[in-house]
Design a protein around this ligand. Structure first.
Ligand SMILES: NC(=O)C1=CN([C@@H]2O[C@H](COP(=O)(O)OP(=O)(O)OC[C@H]3O[C@@H](n4cnc5c(N)ncnc54)[C@H](OP(=O)(O)O)[C@@H]3O)[C@@H](O)[C@H]2O)C=CC1
Ligand SMILES: O=C(O)CCC(=O)C(=O)O
Ligand SMILES: [Mg+2]
Length: 741
């Protein structure tokens, strides 16, 4: 396990993993001899699959269960982790990763989609630990503090990114259910003392089936239950499909099937089977026989009908094409390849997809490869209404101007799997009509929800200590910035009502002198925040976990063009630090471009910012002055990096991720050579700075020469180390300088 001055740097997936091959050697070279060790831990999707099946693998193939180890480390005060974005895998992605590992000679088992015996059930249970958002909830043992650093915000104002115009006649809008959703059914209680509860289903004949035997609760913990009525959900989808058709707008669906890995794939699946109803009406029995799972998208149907005789397969494919004649056009992911919003559940993910609708003037890509007004379907009212508000605001007031708008940082409640984050093992599909209820250890029924067959029941839990910490963090940020802090809480939501009571109570214990604090339901909070935003004023959003996720992509994408430039800190409850690299994800499109044309447009600014915060935390916690020098000089280097516009561009022939790392190294070495706080470091880095500066032209030439043709990295989920190192470190001149440090 890590020693006190160790920074753990995570190996993850896709674009950030590629960037790591280039950036980590530079970081390790710069920290050498300073008492700071930077060690890598593999928590990639492939690494986590491997870690869960050691007995199937050779000694050389095995990877320790680093995620569990880090899950323990975050409880310790010395924790210092730089966490890069990772894939939260949908089932199609998990299957693809397994297939790739098998092709690489790893004897990991197939994913049993419909386990038929105990052995298969055990395998599925092991894979469940790898599926979906399986990393972040384990590491986020603290609440979330995400904001645009002042230098980054100033840069964005000076160099505003392009925002598409909004027309007052735009037909873009957000559609949500009016009843039968999670919002409408929520119940919530706060338990006064520690206890355990049982979740059980009771059918019409009063027969009880236990769904989850025991859930331990701490004193003061808030629990809530809610139900999505799927009959009403399907009616809603059908109406919205018709409405999109009659309005002539694209139909789009925005869910979080990756993070909300149990409930949202089911909601996604209902959209697929309603949209392609004619196909399922006609071929339902055959498709069921083939094991088609609509929750995995239409892509699953296409994959499974490949085994059919040619004429049958062609008939089904023709019936799919016929659907498009009667339905509205779908929002597209890749119109050239005919990949729609409903193809897989992980292509359009709400936190990243809705901000792009706002950025692009209310439009999404249509089947013709052009942008069109869209209907954004977000079934549950808990969070949909605030998106409705921002879309309406843009239609009324036009596009936001990044050169003048304010900033909306976020303080998010997420520690210890707060709210929906911890609901996965308490989400059930109702086996029949009846009730699902939560029963206390003493036999009293705490909550009872009416369900119909197939309904989605969800229970969440939110511990008291994280809530106290979150309120404290909000006040701290408001004091530090002078910006008002708005708690986005809706007293009409049962869960929020419980949280509001706690917020009001805990605020009394804090020094709130001179701090403006408000509590508003999401729609009003959005209205209030946007008014200030357009006037160039900053407003802190203080939210639960889901709004944390949504707002920390939404506002950064409007303000900065991408959420990857955010400072994203998780002050761990026990004193350690988790430093996330931006607020965005692992950018799969960037990998496609890299493989096709040897150009990586991934911006590592999030890594730079996280590293600065991590070094600073280490310096202050363990009194390491060299780490403070590294942090201060890195901060200066980032300033110069922004000023000189050394972020990756987008096209071959221009600076890419690798070139941006070179400039960071150059500026960091120059700043170290110019400081006077540490003479030894000053002397050591003088030579490095000089060598890098002298070779600037040659290094750039070598880096640009590596672009422009396809790159083979030997795998997508498990790239080959040697091939990827070669691809990501193509400048012999730069490597020689870094390796000699
Ligand atoms: N913290 C975490 O671990 C998170 C993980 N994820 C995971 O990431 C994957 C992809 O999610 P997705 O919804 O596509 O969202 P992403 O944020 O990964 O990507 C959406 C778009 O944002 C832009 N972008 C994101 N990061 C960068 C960057 N560093 N530099 C430049 N541009 C960037 C890119 O735009 P453009 O194409 O215009 O360049 C990219 O195509 C999923 O598997 C998801 O589960 C998602 C969020 C957080
Ligand atoms: O854990 C996940 O699946 C995604 C997390 C995310 O999007 C975020 O924290 O912003
Ligand atoms: Mg997010």
């Amino acid at each position: 396990m890590a020693s006190k001055s160790t920074i753990i740097y995570t190996k993850t997936d896709e674009a950030p993993a590629l960037a790591t091959y280039s950036l980590l050697p530079i970081i390790q070279a710069f920290t050498r001899g300073t008492g700071v060790d930077v060690e890598m831990r593999d928590i990639s999707l492939a690494g986590r699959i491997i870690a869960n099946f050691p007995e199937n693998l050779t000694e050389a193939q095995r990877i320790p269960d680093y995620l569990s180890q880090l899950g323990e480390l975050v409880l310790a005060p010395e924790a210092n982790i730089i966490k890069l974005p990772n894939i939260s895998a949908s089932i199609p992605q998990l299957k693809a990763a397994i297939k790739e590992l098998q092709e690489h000679g790893y004897n990991v088992p197939d994913y049993p989609e419909a386990p038929s015996n105990d052995e298969e059930k055990a395998i599925q249970a092991r894979y469940a630990k790898v599926l979906g958002s399986a990393v972040n909830p384990v590491l986020r043992e603290g609440n979330s503090d995400r904001r645009a650093p002042l230098s980054v915000k100033a840069y964005a104002k000076k160099h505003p990114h392009r925002m598409a115009a909004w027309s007052v006649n735009s037909k873009a809008h957000v559609s949500y259910m009016t009843d039968g959703d999670f919002y409408g059914s929520e119940q919530s209680v706060t338990v006064p003392a520690a206890t355990t509860v049982r979740i059980e289903y009771v059918n019409g004949a009063n027969e009880v089936t236990v769904l989850k035997e025991k859930t331990a609760l701490l004193a003061g913990e808030v629990i809530d239950t809610s139900v999505m009525n799927v009959r009403k959900l399907r009616e809603f989808y059908a109406e919205q499909i018709e409405d999109a058709k009659s309005q002539g707008v694209l139909f789009s669906l925005h869910l979080k099937a990756t993070m909300m890995k149990i409930s949202d794939p089911v909601m996604f699946g209902h959209a697929v089977s309603v949209f392609y109803k004619d196909v399922f009406d006609k071929h339902g029995a055959l498709l069921a026989e083939l094991g088609v799972n609509v929750n995995n998208g239409l892509g699953d149907l296409y994959a499974k009908i490949q085994t059919l005789p040619e004429d049958k397969r062609a008939e089904i494919e023709a019936d799919i094409m016929a659907v498009y004649k009667t339905r509205p056009e779908l929002a597209m992911v890749d119109s050239d390849k005919g990949i729609t919003n409903l193809h897989v559940p992980n292509d359009i993910i709400i936190d990243a997809s809705m901000p792009v609708v706002v950025r692009d003037g209310g439009k999404m890509w249509g089947p013709d490869g052009q942008l069109h007004d869209c209907k954004a379907v977000i079934p549950d009212r808990c969070y949909a209404t605030m998106y409705g508000e921002i879309v309406d605001d843009c239609r009324k007031n036009g596009a936001f101007d990044p050169s003048t708008i304010g900033s909306v940082p976020n303080v998010g409640l997420m520690a210890q799997k707060a709210e929906e984050y911890g609901s996965h093992d308490k989400t059930f599909i109702a086996p029949g009509d009846g009730v699902i209820r939560v029963v206390d250890a003493d036999g009293s029924v705490l909550m009872s929800q009416k369900v119909e067959t197939g309904d989605i029941f969800r229970m969440c839990q939110t511990k008291d200590a994280p809530i106290r910490d979150w309120v404290k963090l909000a006040v701290r940020r408001a004091k530090a910035t002078g910006a008002p802090a708005v708690f986005w809480l809706d007293s009409n939501r049962a869960h929020d009502a419980q949280i509001i009571a706690k917020v009001n109570e805990y605020l009394k214990d804090l020094d709130t002198d001179g701090v403006e604090i408000k509590i508003m339901p999401p729609v009003e909070a959005m209205r209030f925040t946007l008014g200030r935003f357009r006037a160039g004023q900053d407003t802190i959003s203080v939210t639960g976990n889901v709004l944390r996720d949504y707002l920390t992509d939404l506002f950064p994408i409007i303000e900065l063009g991408t959420s990857s430039k955010m400072l994203s800190i998780v002050p761990l409850l026990n004193g350690g630090g988790l430093f996330e690299t931006g607020a965005g994800g692992s950018a799969p499109k960037h990998v496609q471009q890299f493989q096709k044309e040897g150009y990586l447009r991934w911006d590592s600014l999030g890594e730079f910012l996280a590293l600065t915060a991590s070094l600073e935390h280490l310096a202050q916690t363990f009194g390491n002055p060299k780490a403070q020098v590294l942090a201060d000089t890195l901060d200066q280097a980032i300033g110069k990096f922004l000023e000189n516009q050394k972020s990756p561009a987008r096209k071959v022939g221009q600076i890419d991720n690798r070139g941006s790392h070179f400039y960071l190294a150059l500026y960091w070495a120059e700043a170290l050579a110019s400081q006077d706080a540490d003479a030894e470091m000053k002397a050591r880095f003088a030579g490095v700075a000089q060598a890098l500066a002298e070779k600037e032209e040659l290094i750039n030439a070598e880096l640009i020469a590596a672009q422009g043709s396809p790159v083979d990295i030997g795998g997508y989920y498990q790239p080959d180390d040697e091939k990827t190192t070669r691809a990501m470190r193509p400048s012999g001149t730069l490597n020689a300088i870094i390796n000699a440090m």
